[in-house]
Design a protein around this ligand. Structure first.
Ligand code: PGA
Length: 253
């Protein structure tokens, strides 16, 4: 019922030329893949060129962040409508690296989610605990706090443009993936929280991606879990062969 969604988060990697080379390979290799939605999140500088290149394909283009204001004296920021103008249809919001290095609070994440949705973008809202929080038994509390900040009072009309990414911080870029059971446990918690806040229909339709060291050799088992609906892929999305293998592994069996 939920089409899996796999998105490559390129982070601070790739020139425009490198971005075009990678996305062209993805377009060629993923053209025949059905039943999985695929997107890429290049750096801001490459968004427009990449969006043009994939115009005639089903690949979606996501920004890695956005600001909540539409315009004004906000040096360095990019507004949701500007991202749409550049050809984006999605924005990743609240990634743990934004929270850790750039001070994105739950409040800021909530404002960004609202602004992005209001501008017509889809949103991938990231949630997830650090290792200290997991070891301290606070995983569900942190995930709930992130969810409350990001998506607590959404209009039913926009939920089809909302995706949650569960990304345990201890698994991001570390090579240490959550086990399928660990991930499923939190995904099920997220879905039940969504049910209480947004209603059963929204909870059943919102896709929940797993992120954190997803690789070709661990993707299939993660994707088999009932509440894991795709992946947000960092390191392994920078090589076409690895990312294509992960996208294929997300196909429902
Ligand atoms: P990773 O990053 O796949 O390199 O662990 C995932 C992410 O940060 O979205």
């Amino acid at each position: 019922m939920r089409t899996p969604f796999v998105v490559g988060n390129w982070k601070l990697h790739k020139t425009i030329a490198e971005s075009l080379a990678l996305v062209t390979e993805l377009k060629n290799q993923l053209g025949s893949l059905r039943e999985v939605a695929v997107g890429v999140a290049p750096p801001f500088t490459a968004l427009h060129a990449v969006a043009k290149r994939v115009e005639d394909s089903s690949l979606a283009v996501a920004a890695q962040d956005c600001f909540w204001e539409e315009k004004g004296a906000f040096t360095g920021e990019v507004a949701p409508a500007m991202l749409r103008d550049a050809g984006c249809t999605w924005a990743i919001i609240g990634h743990s690296e934004r929270r850790q290095f750039f001070g994105d609070t739950d409040e800021a994440v909530g404002k960004k989610v609202k602004a992005a949705l209001a501008a017509g973008l889809g949103v991938i809202a990231c949630v997830g605990e650090t290792l200290a929080q997991r070891d301290g038994g606070a995983t569900f509390q942190i995930v709930e706090q992130h969810l409350a900040g990001a998506v607590s009072d959404l209009d039913a009309a926009v939920v089809d443009r909302v995706v949650i990414a569960y990304e345990p911080v201890w698994a991001i870029g570390t090579g240490r993936t959550a086990t399928p059971a660990q991930a499923q446990e939190v995904h099920a918690f997220i879905r039940s929280w969504l049910g209480k806040q947004l209603g059963a229909a929204a909870a059943a339709s919102i896709r929940i991606q797993y992120g954190g060291s997803v690789k070709p050799d661990n993707a299939a088992l993660l994707m088999r879990e009932p509440d894991i609906d795709g992946a947000l892929v960092g390191g392994a999305s920078l090589q076409a062969a690895d990312f294509v293998a992960i996208c294929r592994a997300a196909k429902p069996s």
